[in-house]
Design a protein around this ligand. Structure first.
Ligand code: EPU
Length: 336
């Protein structure tokens, strides 16, 4: 039986650790429970939001709707053919438990995505990525529930319109689809992607490329740069890396030859962390919030901050970067 809780405290359910309440809150494990929840009179006409691990969201006030959290944790290899193994994981599986599951069995393809906080259900929504890999590279299909129609649909990778931290779930299907499970396609003979930053050196130091060693290397690089949300509230990268027109990138390169830039669909991708760092924000603290001292893309809660204080800091950073570099930063985190 699905059950609705009123006035649920969200402070422990978001990695920024900011206080907020959800007017209604419910967990679900499968489509039957979603059917029940969306048939209840309290939920009629209410907005809803799916909270995964709470690692990509900033609450700036109470949520006056239905906050849903997936708790289904089943994970299994569903098909093997030749080198390819398909693994289906329910939305409530902790992302890194899924990565560990694959690495332990020698299934390659997600080892670069080790250590990312959050849940499997969120992975296709923002097409999580790190160290030269993205979830879209390994997603075969996504099973979704459509509350309006009370139906379940299977979307193939091509139907998900994946882009950099982007998908159909953030666009046409925003507010219309709830991820139930994701089926991934892994390989027993993986081709490792070690081209990003210091990854190759770290993997060599550990004894050469294997899913296990890439996982260990990625986790050690992440730990060196990214704050642990259990210690310092944060939500990973607060901003997306901006893609600008080639001419704009060239103008900036002429002024700052050392500026990192990468070719990207639609133009040139710049490093938001570099821009924020260069604008002088890295490590800056303003009251209870601040910019992380080892990665300027990460905003942190030094303790007791409200979400609105984090957002205020983000707005000042966006305005300053726009003034200094003429580049408009977009938020990566969902602000509620
Ligand atoms: N840089 C600086 N100063 C900083 C931060 C970065 O100069 O404070 C420079 C770096 O030296 C490097 C470039 O900017 O030349 C890029 O930095 P980094 O390799 O750390 O990666 P990023 O582009 O800042 C992205 C993802 C991260 C992911 C890393 C590693 C986004 C928004 N962020 O960061 O993802 O872990 O690459 O692949 O794409 C997340 O999404 O929450 C996240 C942490």
């Amino acid at each position: 039986m699905a059950e609705i809780v009123r006035d649920k405290a969200l402070e422990a359910l978001n990695t920024f650790g900011v206080p907020a309440f959800a007017r209604y809150y419910a967990v679900f494990a499968d489509r039957r429970q979603l059917d029940e929840l969306f048939s209840m009179p309290e939920t009629e006409g209410l907005p809803w939001y799916v909270l995964g691990g709470g690692s990509n969201v900033l609450f700036t006030g109470d949520y006056e709707g239905l906050m849903l959290q997936p708790v289904g944790k089943r994970m299994e290899a569903v098909e093997e053919s030749g080198e390819t193994v398909s693994v289906r994981a329910e939305a409530g599986v902790v992302w890194d438990d899924f990565v560990r599951f694959c690495v332990e069995r020698g299934y390659g393809g997600v080892e670069n995505l080790s250590g990312i906080p959050g849940s499997v259900g969120a992975a296709p929504v923002q097409n999580v990525g790190a160290y030269g890999a993205e979830a879209k590279d390994v997603i075969r299909e996504v099973e979704i529930y459509l509350p309006q129609e009370r139906t379940v649909r299977m979307l193939r990778r091509e139907e998900c319109a994946f882009g950099y931290r982007d998908s159909v779930f953030k666009r046409e299907l925003k507010g219309r689809a709830i991820v139930l499970s994701v089926t991934f396609e892994l390989s027993r003979m993986p081709v490792f992607r070690l081209g990003y930053g210091d990854l190759v050196q770290e993997v060599e130091r550990l004894g050469g490329a294997s899913p296990e060693n890439v996982r260990r290397a990625v986790i050690s690089i992440r730990n060196a740069k990214l704050p642990d949300p259990a210690v310092l509230g944060n939500s990973g990268s607060f901003f997306k890396n901006p893609v600008v027109a080639p001419e704009a990138a060239e103008r900036l390169k002429a002024r700052y030859p050392e500026m990192p830039s990468y070719p990207a669909p639609g133009g040139v991708k710049l490093a938001a962390g570099w821009l924020i760092d260069r604008a002088g924000w890295k490590g800056r603290r303003e009251g209870r919030v601040g910019v992380h001292d080892r990665q300027a893309l990460v905003l942190v809660n030094h303790g007791g901050a409200a979400g609105s204080e984090v957002l205020e800091l983000a707005r000042r950073i966006v305005a300053d970067v726009a003034e200094k570099f003429g580049v408009e930063l977009e938020l990566e985190v969902n602000v509620l």
